[in-house]
Design a protein around this ligand. Sequence first.
Ligand code: AMP
Ligand code: MG
Length: 358
Amino acid sequence: MIWTERKKNIIARCGAAGAAARSARRRAAGFAAVFLILSAAGCTPAAAPFQAADTAMGTVIRQKIYGTQDVTPEVLSVIKDLEQRLLSKREPDSQAGRINEAAGKEEILPEEAFYGMLERIWEVSDASGGALDVTVGPVVEVWNIDGCATGTAEFALPSEVQIAKALSLTGYEKVRLENGRVWLPEGMSLDLGAVGKGIACDAVAEHLSAASHVEGAVISIGGSILTYGQKPDGSPFIIGIQNPRPENGTGNYIGSLTLEGGWFVSTSGDYERYVTEDGKRYHHIINPLTGYPAESGLISVTVLSRSGFLSDALSTACFVLGKEEAFDLAKRYEAYIFTVDEEGKTDWSKGMERYLTP
Ligand code: AMP
Ligand code: MG
């Protein structure tokens, strides 16, 4: 994680480095969400924002908040509370934890807000033909890319039998969501990793709008970012899009977005958590139809939306779908999309050009 300050420009690079490589042929990269904030040339520098960098939801939270009072601790509490109360599969008392615990045993009546989230997730799963599937957890565990990327496990290529067995325990359509109640078949589980950070961005934006002493903010939760309100000098928020292959000498950023407050940006990429084995990259985003890391031709997908949930859900789904279907899906949700393919070619959807500097 690096913070550099040069003249009027403040460049914030946010991310958590993964563990070092275990061997030359096996390399794991940490996840890295990046945002970059530049003062517009010729403007008076903005009053210094309150800043904080913390860890929650298994990732790095970076805050820059402009206002008269430091609400960064409050914002962190909002995120941690959401994680512990609703989203974490590891917390036995969270809503997701309770549902996982009851799999194959009993039906659960979750909090209304949580049930509403599941309905919205299921809707995107349907719309993406199952590319987004939050029941993919057993497959994620078989690959254990997170464990390898953080150095707590050795990578071992799973066998086809292992993958088939794990796949048999997935499938969002097997979960019963009815009358506010959730039934999960035995052996299945919810893993909200693909949507949780975006959901947290929505909760933070809602919290900020109720805090009268906050003028503007830019906050990143891993690969999901929100902009809120305005900076005191009226200059826009500038969000850098990470270059998925900076090692090719092409720079840390592949583009940037110039935004006013009220936007949400999420990026899903094969560079966030991965392992290289015999020259092949195995990353953390699974194609739920095959049980293997998605190979759609895209290596990075950034989605710009007015909803944090949608930006996060769609970036994962679009990564799995590949360019053509990804553009259709983003359009259906009135979101803008920016993609990088395996040749390094960038593409963006109509309307994105208003915000994007490639
Ligand atoms: P993201 O970084 O938002 O694209 O989310 C990736 C995380 O979501 C992974 O680390 C897994 O925990 C989980 N995941 C992987 N593939 C999928 C998928 N196809 N649908 C839903 N969740 C997934
Ligand atoms: Mg996502």
